[in-house]
Design a protein around this ligand. Sequence first.
Ligand SMILES: *[C@@H]1O[C@H](CO)[C@@H](O)[C@H](O)[C@H]1NC(C)=O
Length: 381
Amino acid sequence: MAPPSQILSTLLLLTTCSLLSPANSATCSSQTFTGNNLYRFCTDLPTLNSYLHWSYNPSQSSLSIAFIAPPVTPSGWISWAINPTATGMVGSQALIAFRDSKGGMTVKTYNVSSYGPLKESKVWYDVKESSAEFSGGVMRLFATVVLQEKGETAVNHVWQVGGSVTGGVPDKHDFGAGNLGAKGRLDLLRGQSNGDTGGDSGIRKRNIHGVLNVVSWGIMFPVGIIIARYMRTFPSADPAWFYLHVFCQVAAYAIGVSGWATGLKLGGESKGVTYPIHRNIGITLFSLATIQVFALFLRPKKDHKYRTYWNIYHYSFGYSIIVLGIINIFKGFDILNPEPKWKNAYIAVIVVLGGIAVLLEVITWTVVLRRKKLGKLHDGF
Ligand SMILES: *[C@@H]1O[C@H](CO)[C@@H](O)[C@H](O)[C@H]1NC(C)=O
C-alpha cells in the first residue's frame, strides 16, 4: 500500500485537474448573473452573438429567461420573442429592451403583426416581471412570463437586434443573413427529454447529493468537533472521546466523499448551467477534509515539540470545514430550491447544535476555571 502522503498528493493532483478542465466549450455556460438569477438551461444562439438562458416550470407554464445580445449601437435595442402561430417574425410576441428617454433601460412588449412600425401592446403570454441592463456593449433582457397553453414544452422563438429607437419606438433592424436567420425551435425542457440535467432522474440525483452532503458536512463533522472539544475536558472520557471523534469524522468523510463525487458528476452533466462558487467551495472542503483524515497518521506525540503546530493546523482546518460546509449547504439549497421545510429543518438542526455547543462551552469553562482554582488544570484543554 502506498504511503498516505503519496495518496494525498495524488488526490490533490486529481482535484486540481478537475478544477482546471472546462466542463464544456459552450460560452453561455460561463456567463454568470448577479443576484439570485439562476437558470437551468442555456444556449449559444446561432446568430447575432446572442445567448439565451432559461428555466421552465411546466406545471405553472412559467418561463424565466435572460436574453443577452449586443445591440447594433448603444442607442439600439435587443429583442426576444415567442411566435405561437408561425416560425418567423410576423406573429411573434416580442419583448424588446432599449434605453428609454430618461436613459434607463426599459422592456416593452409588442405583438408584431406586420412589418410596419411597432406599437406597444399586450402579448400572447403574461409578463410577470421584466427588466434590462446594459453594460460592456451588451444588453441583458430578463423576464418571467406565463405561457397561455398549459403543458407546452416547446416554442418557436425569434431574436433580433437593432441600431436605433425613435420616439420610444424601436426602429427596423437590418436584413442581413444573421438577422434573417435569427429564429428557431426551443425545447423548454431540453434537459428532461434527454435525461440530462433536469427530469425525475436528475432531480433524484440532486436530492441524493443534497442529503449525503447535509448529513456529512452539515451534521456529522460539526458533531465530531463538538465531541472532541467538549468531551476531552473530562479525564474519565479519555481516550473514549478520541476514538469517538475519529470514528465520527472518518464516517463523515466517507459519506462526504460520496456526496462530493455525486456533486462532481452532476457538475459534469450540467451542460447548461454551472455553479462555480458552490463547486469551488465543495472542492476546497474535500481537500481540507482529506488532509485532516490523513493528518491523523502524521500526528506528533502529545509532548512532541511540534504538537502545538499540529494542533493549530488541525483546529483551524476543522473550524474552516464547519464554516465552509454550512455556507455550501445553503448555496446548495439555493440551487436545488427544495420545499422550504427542508431548509427550515436544517436551520433547526444548526440552531440546536449551536445551542448545545454554547451550553457545553459554558460548562467547560466553569469546570476548567474551578480546576484552575484547585490547581489541577487538566493540561489537554
Ligand atoms: C396580435 O395582432 C393580431 C393582428 O392584429 C391579432 O389577430 C392578434 O389577436 C393579436 N394578438 C394578441 C395576443 O393580442
